[in-house]
Design a protein around this ligand. Structure first.
Ligand SMILES: *[C@@H]1O[C@H](CO)[C@@H](O)[C@H](O)[C@H]1NC(C)=O
Length: 278
């Protein structure tokens, strides 16, 4: 009996250690690379191709872009709202985001690009029921002090309908994350297209974990060797012009047996709206 418990504990620990969120500690600087490196199985984004993608970091050109974010069409007044993962911003003082900015319109972390715009973060709204243990409700809103100016390089995604079902659709994930499991970050924005899996397929892959209805799985066996990884956290999964998911967690990266797990934005539309009607 005692022996069995120990084994179970050991397994649970091993599993938990592996289930890490896809952000990197601040200061883990991506380095410019000469080779045309790829997100795992990804393609380099062209200017204006993913105008909704932004990153949470410090000043452009300083090479800090450890997590992704997305500007969304939800703020009707004079501010811009960006969405990211709660695990990217957890624990910070919401009213003093300590020099963090949203940088939109950039492709290359190592270069100050003319297309780039910097949005000062005025307020961080972390989901009140975010769990750093299970990653449930892994979503946060970034309210910008001044609006982004929408251009060819800076744009936004629409929010989904509440409970909208994207199973089977092929959607686009993008970011500056690792180009291989445990590898280097990309200095260039990369993207790849992956199918949204059914909840059943997701549960089969993660039998030992608690998955919540507000999580969705992407990739898996149909897309082995392609996917999001550490450093892509908080970044968008776009189904057409709709923000469907946020990069959240997974075991390893791009493993056929373990699809990537994303925050399912359609579960949070009402919560987002509650912060935009002001
Ligand atoms: C979503 O759509 C898929 C495929 O059309 C279907 O199999 C699944 O049951 C739907 N899921 C929900 C929660 O409605």
């Amino acid at each position: 009996m005692a022996h069995r418990t120990l084994v179970l504990v050991a397994l649970a620990l091993a599993a938990h250690l592996d289930a890490i969120p896809r952000s990197l500690p601040r200061g883990a600087l991506p380095r410019r690379q000469d080779t045309s490196t790829k997100i795992i199985g990804g393609h380099e984004a062209a200017e204006g191709q993913l105008p909704y993608q932004s990153r949470v970091g410090e000043l452009p050109g300083e090479g800090v872009g450890e997590v992704g974010s997305t500007s969304v069409a939800a703020w009707s007044s004079h501010r811009t709202l960006c969405v990211t993962a709660a695990h990217c911003v957890e624990g910070g003082d919401p009213t003093s985001p300590s020099g963090l900015r949203v940088v939109a319109g950039g492709l290359d972390l190592g270069t100050l690009e003319a297309s780039e715009q910097v949005g000062e973060i005025n307020f961080i709204i972390e989901h009140p029921f975010y769990s750093p243990i299970t990653f449930e409700n892994d979503i946060a809103l970034l309210r910008l002090e001044t609006p982004l100016l929408y251009t060819e390089s800076v744009g936004q995604l629409e929010l989904p309908q509440p409970q909208q079902n994207f199973t089977g659709e092929v959607c686009r994930v993008s970011g500056w994350g690792q180009t291989s499991e445990g590898g280097t970050l990309s200095s260039i924005l990369l993207y790849t297209d992956l199918p949204v899996l059914s909840d059943e397929m997701c549960e089969e892959s993660y039998v030992q974990d608690e998955l919540f209805p507000s999580m969705l799985c992407v990739g898996g066996a149909a897309a082995a060797g392609v996917g999001s990884c550490h450093g892509d956290s908080g970044g968008p999964l776009a189904c057409g012009s709709v923000l469907t998911g946020l990069v959240s967690w997974g075991y390893g990266c791009a493993r056929p047996e373990y699809p990537g797990v994303y925050t399912e934005v359609s579960y949070f539309v009402d919560w987002i709206a509650s912060h935009t009607r002001r």
